[in-house]
Design a protein around this ligand. Sequence first.
Ligand code: AMP
Length: 175
Amino acid sequence: MPIKSRIRTVPHYPKPGIMFRDITTLLKDPTGFRITINELASRYANTKIDIVAGIEARGFIIGAALAYQLGVGFVPIRKQGKLPAATLNQDYSLEYGTDRIEMHIDAISAGDRILLVDDLIATGGTAEAACRLIKRAHGQIVECCFVIDLPDLGGRARLEQQGHTVFALCEFVGD
Ligand code: AMP
């Protein structure tokens, strides 16, 4: 498990009971970073993709490297108030309250084939909101891909129920 074994688990971060899956230990390792991007790039090498869309912030690191490797463009999906030009906004629910992500209105053209990237899928709320943004811009979502899936939290199933395909390089099940 060359990827999973390089991911550090930090218990009780950012609050008690959360097992934080920290990819900084994967990224600082040149072999770890390279195999992460290479595995994703080889999965999509023969798939028509126009844009890799990455979710702030760790999705930028993986997504930008992947876009570069695939030779396609990169679009950032950001937290509220960070993008300078006109945006589409999407609210989504958190455990307490709501959050908002944004994408430039002109980031995607109708019919563009989009690969959505983030470091981790937990409940799937963030990725679902990102998919909504992409669909509202009339993009076509090829797949949602992650370094880590936490299947106990149901995000993969949630996205699959909405007709998306989901891929993750590794899973953490239990604890
Ligand atoms: P969710 O919307 O519940 O699928 O949460 C996904 C987002 O929250 C991703 O951008 C992750 O980076 C972050 N996240 C959620 N849970 C964890 C966790 N246990 N460890 C690290 N990051 C997490």
